[in-house]
Design a protein around this ligand. Structure first.
Ligand code: HGA
Length: 409
């Protein structure tokens, strides 16, 4: 998921951005970062883990400036760490991003060939480098951003600053949410309404393919391709609590209705329709190994086990390989039949389910190959598995899968 916040106006940007990030922390808490432009110089602070770590860092090493961008991260590409924390900078260009750039590997190779050096493992960093490349090729900031965004495939909501145009902030979106708050000669950009609701209730909802350029605190709207747009604002009268739940009564309901988005985020960049192929970046099992597989064990607990039953149906239908679905606690305490031609697929949202982790170790000790399906990058199961396929569902708050019905429902 990730949360982004941008501010441009007359006030100090840092407290406004930090406050916004606090209200977006439900969207990700792997790391947080902020960048302000101070006399044309980008001042960035980033830290791993929850926002409080960034606040503590800023208390020791404050930054100043009336224009800035911030980010709270839920890792999709690259483990949770300071080096992978946003904002990412290349030359004068600084970017925060929510989404997944599907063609980042290809772009990164092209940029490396053009002597760009990457510091992080993220897909996001290619955006900063691509804009920088376009700038060097002779465009101004706006033109460089338009050209760079035109080369991206996938989903993004981005907020971008440039040291050489310190009065300008550019925001654009494709597939990830973005709202713009209108203040009195000040403007706010955010992934979600609660981040900016305490500053303004006049909001503009950005649509896919749209861009907002804030130059010297005046906004201009256009499509990413450059066609001018007139955008109307809406008055938001939600209470802050309602806003946090996206208008739903419970986070659980919100998460249920977010399922189509979670599924499309998970598939993004992996189903190559034109090639008729599937690309799973960290499967780490060569085709030769996969071809040796004679039996598949899907191991999980609770709702993940139910998902495994669907997996059995699909795998047997398409691969014609026998599949068993086992509850992790049964598997680990049995004497399971596993050998080097068995593929063990472990499913765990958190990647920390103790029985699933123990079952994985049991299967590994018996020579089985294993692949984990997890939602949390760098979790215990993801780290120990031979290969991993991450779902990109974002953080769970309602934890619908572990709720039990009770008479009061
Ligand atoms: N892909 C980027 C942004 C993360 C995100 O939007 N998560 O939902 C990253 O991994 O840093």
């Amino acid at each position: 998921m990730c949360g982004i916040v941008g501010y441009t106006g007359r006030q100090e940007a840092t407290p406004i951005i930090l406050d916004g990030l606090k209200r977006l922390e439900y969207r990700g808490y792997d790391s947080a970062g902020i960048c302000t432009l101070n006399n044309g110089h980008a001042e960035t602070r980033r830290s791993e883990g929850k926002l409080i770590n960034l606040e503590n860092l800023l208390a020791k090493e404050p930054i100043a400036g009336a224009i800035g961008i911030g980010h709270t991260r839920w890792a999709t590409h690259g483990r949770p760490s300071e080096i992978n924390a946003h904002p990412h900078q290349a030359g004068p260009v600084v970017v925060v991003h929510n989404g997944i750039i599907e063609n980042y590997l290809q772009l990164r190779e092209e940029l490396r060939a053009a002597h760009h050096t990457f510091k992080s493992e993220t897909d996001t960093e290619v955006i900063a480098h691509l804009v920088e490349k376009k700038l060097r090729e002779g465009g101004d900031f706006e033109k460089a951003v338009r050209q760079a965004l035109g080369e991206l495939r996938g989903a993004y909501a981005v907020c971008i600053l440039c040291e050489t145009e310190p009065g300008t902030m550019i925001a654009a979106k494709q597939g990830s949410p973005m709202v713009i708050g209108l203040g009195d000669e000040e403007f706010f950009v955010a992934s979600d309404i609660p981040a900016i609701l305490s500053h303004t209730r006049e909001m503009i909802f950005m649509e896919d393919g749209e861009m907002a350029i804030f130059r010297n605190n005046k906004p201009v709207f256009s499509t990413v391709a450059g066609a001018p747009l007139t955008k109307n604002s809406r008055h938001i009268d939600w209470s802050p609590l309602m806003a946090e739940k996206g208008g739903y009564k419970h986070f659980m309901l919100k998460e249920i209705f977010e399922q189509p988005r979670a599924i499309s985020d998970t598939i993004a960049g992996r189903l190559l329709e034109e090639e008729g192929d599937v690309y799973l970046e960290s499967l780490s099992l060569p085709d030769g190994e996969l071809k040796k597989v004679e039996r598949i064990c899907i191991i999980a607990c609770g709702t993940s086990w139910h998902a495994g039953l669907v997996g059995k149906f699909l795998l047997e239908e398409h691969c014609r390989i026998p599949v068993e679905v086992d509850i992790a606690s049964e598997f680990r305490y049995r004497n399971p039949v596993v050998n080097d031609r068995t593929l063990i697929i472990l499913i765990s949202q958190s990647g920390e389910t103790a029985d699933t982790l123990a079952a994985m170790r049991e299967g590994k000790a018996r020579g089985g190959k294993n692949v984990a399906i997890c939602n949390v990058v760098d979790s215990s199961i993801a780290r120990e598995a031979d290969g991993v396929v991450y779902t990109h569902a974002g953080p769970e708050i309602g934890v619908a899968s572990t709720k039990h019905s009770s008479p009061s429902w």
